[in-house]
Design a binder for this molecule. Structure first.
Ligand SMILES: Cc1cc2nc3c(=O)[nH]c(=O)nc-3n(C[C@H](O)[C@H](O)[C@H](O)COP(=O)(O)O)c2cc1C
Length: 329
């Protein structure tokens, strides 16, 4: 696997990403994966009423369309989050839009919710063989106005809820203009109320999580927590990428527009987990994500208050072996 990883480093990021996942899928489908990769035995965990095979999952964006559910599951992840999906398929921003910084274990991306649309994802959810937990991360189309965006979330929820184990409402991508405005008090109340109403109408019993930005102040997050606590939402995913590049040492990449993920995000996102955990007296279930590159950083998320942990950049930089590296400990 390390040999392939070295080759992928020289390819443009999106080509490398697709080729890597296609190769894994090929190995999975031809039953050859076990010759390259043996998943370790892991500790199950009950979290937010759901039974997880272990505490490590994929973060949204890695498998936006649910094309790789079975092969990612075969790597030993305890759960997978697919999406972000939008009602209509969309191309996303123009390329290049993903930039890897191997020296600092970081990625900057401005993909802009490129995805094949919710109906395509639902087909993949229906045909999956993976029997672990699969969460679906929902978003809004770039072309929708701010009012229409509430409806976009509802449309996705209505279409995916029967085929998902939980739903994540993503208000924190920095690459869809104004999406982060949903963190504002009035806007989040409107959105959460609309989702509550839809969940009651459809008698949706699965948990909802809100995925937040690390760039919000603690005061803003406190207000969001107040709204969440009175709603049908179960918990928080903390956090998405940051637009703050001050933690990067390489000045040549500081001006690249987009969301920063990986090691330079670790402290900022873990601080948000700590804040939410303390503020809610450990009462709000938190899925921690941002900068996990090894067992130590995984453990820091747990110690900060996360009940589960997700990875994206660590998986891209280190490859599938990171799953065993974390779970073996
Ligand atoms: C290339 C790329 C695409 C992403 N796409 C999404 C997405 O569609 N939806 C989402 O909620 N988060 C998305 N994220 C954010 C990740 O889910 C995660 O919150 C963030 O990268 C921090 O975790 P990490 O440091 O382990 O990468 C994306 C991240 C990257 C690097």
């Amino acid at each position: 696997m390390n040999f392939f990883l070295k080759i992928f480093k020289f390819l443009p990021p999106e080509i490398a990403h697709n080729l890597a996942l296609e190769s894994l899928n090929f190995l999975y489908k031809t039953r050859l994966l076990r010759f390259f990769y043996n998943k370790v035995k892991s500790e199950p965990k009950v979290f937010a009423g759901m039974h997880f095979q272990n505490m490590l999952g994929t973060a949204a964006g890695l498998d936006k369309n649910g094309d790789y559910i079975d092969c990612l599951g075969a790597l030993g992840f305890g759960f997978l989050e697919v999406g972000t999906v939008t009602p209509e398929k969309q191309y996303g921003n123009s390329k290049p839009r993903v930039f890897r910084n191997f020296q600092e274990n970081a990625i900057i991306n401005r993909l802009g919710f490129n995805n094949k649309g919710v109906d395509y994802l639902v087909k993949n959810l229906k045909s999956r063989k993976y029997d672990g937990i699969v969460g679906v991360n929902v978003g809004a189309n770039k072309s929708s106005s701010q009012n229409e965006r509430v409806q976009d979330y509802l449309t996705c929820i209505e279409k995916v809820h029967k085929f998902a184990n939980y739903i994540t409402v993503n208000i924190s991508s920095p690459n869809t203009p104004n999406l982060r405005d949903f963190h504002n008090y009035e806007n989040i109340i409107d959105l959460v109320n609309a989702i509550d109403k839809k969940a009651s109408e459809l008698n949706i019993q699965i948990p909802f999580f809100l995925k937040i930005s690390p760039d919000e102040s603690n005061e803003s997050i406190d207000k969001i927590l107040e709204v969440i606590e009175k709603s049908q939402f179960t918990g928080i995913i903390a956090t998405n990428t940051t637009v703050d590049k001050s933690s990067l040492s390489n000045i040549s990449v500081k001006d690249i527009e987009g969301g920063l993920s990986g090691e330079p995000l670790m402290k900022k996102s873990t601080d948000k987990i700590k804040h939410i955990s303390i503020k809610s007296n450990n009462q709000i279930p938190i899925i921690g994500v941002g900068g996990v590159m090894d067992f130590q950083s995984f453990n820091k998320k747990i110690l900060a208050g996360a009940g589960l942990v997700q990875i994206y950049t660590g998986f891209i930089i280190k490859g599938p072996s990171i799953v065993n590296e974390i779970l073996r400990n």
